[in-house]
Design a protein around this ligand. Sequence first.
Ligand code: DP6
Length: 333
Amino acid sequence: MNKVSVSSPSNIALIKYWGMSDAQRTLPNNASLSMTLNQCVSYCTLARQTSGTSDEILWKTASGSLIPAQASMRRGIEQHLQQLRQHFDDWQPLRIATVNSFPTGAGIASSASGFSALALAFALRCGQSFNSPDLSQLARLSGSGSAARSVIGGFVQWPGHPGQLHCPAEQFAPAQHWPLHDLIAVVDAGHKNISSREGHRLAASSPFYAARLTQLPERLNTLREAILNRDFDTLADTVEREAVEMHMIAMTSKPAIFYWQPVTLEILARVRQLRRDGLQVCSTVDAGPNVHVLCTLQDVSAVYTALRKLPGVEQWIFDQAGDGPRQLARHLF
Ligand code: DP6
């Protein structure tokens, strides 16, 4: 297959991956659990390079033109390509174009969607099937652990067997099981100043990290059960507790990492109030200041009406649980 195009979504972690057991292989310390999104996607087209012997890595601008990708993005893609080439023993120079449907590097897991898209496109070009269990591992070769979850739709656990950290991610419920909505409050669309990778590295320096790891298996089971039973109250309690705890670990790492901004806290408080008022809504925050406001279809418009006027939110993105990556007939070049 010469030209391959795919879309791959971002995901929002409900139980966070925070801290690594093996930085070389991007293995976590704990099993994490996420909901794959539907609208926040990366597109990637990949083809054999016909002119020259080096890779060409391009970014599609809003006006539709293809320009060389920024240095930091190019470095990440080149490193991932190196791993993929070794895995498949396929060394042909490539032309690659990519673009995201949402702000890049702003805590909406653009690396999860971007690297899962690249892994998928590369694997398809090498003749792998779309449902290959290897895809999760191939995505994680990028160094982005959350990418290991983005190759699968619905509600996903990585690793699928919590005790076996090298295992791939697995779906435990499809998106249709509980099509939760995710209103993403973009508080700051710029790049976060401390990478998740640095956060993972520092996590164990928090005096509370060991206690977190002992509590996680039970929390994971509680959340899985809540999702399988569509039990919103338990989901809300577990997801909010988890987000606060991950950020508490970051804030008590040495040196401390603060991802939240005042508006982040303001939204978290408003969401708790809305829940007290009877709406099915809760919130979570990945490694950045942006807030994912999760709610049921029945309450989504009431939640948005209550929150949309909040000063300090640059943009609201409407998303929901999604089915995962797709192969596309339309190419970026
Ligand atoms: C807080 O190392 O996967 O989002 O590569 O920057 O996407 P990126 O991060 P990664 O760490 C993710 C950290 C997290 C929690 C999570 O997604 O599980």
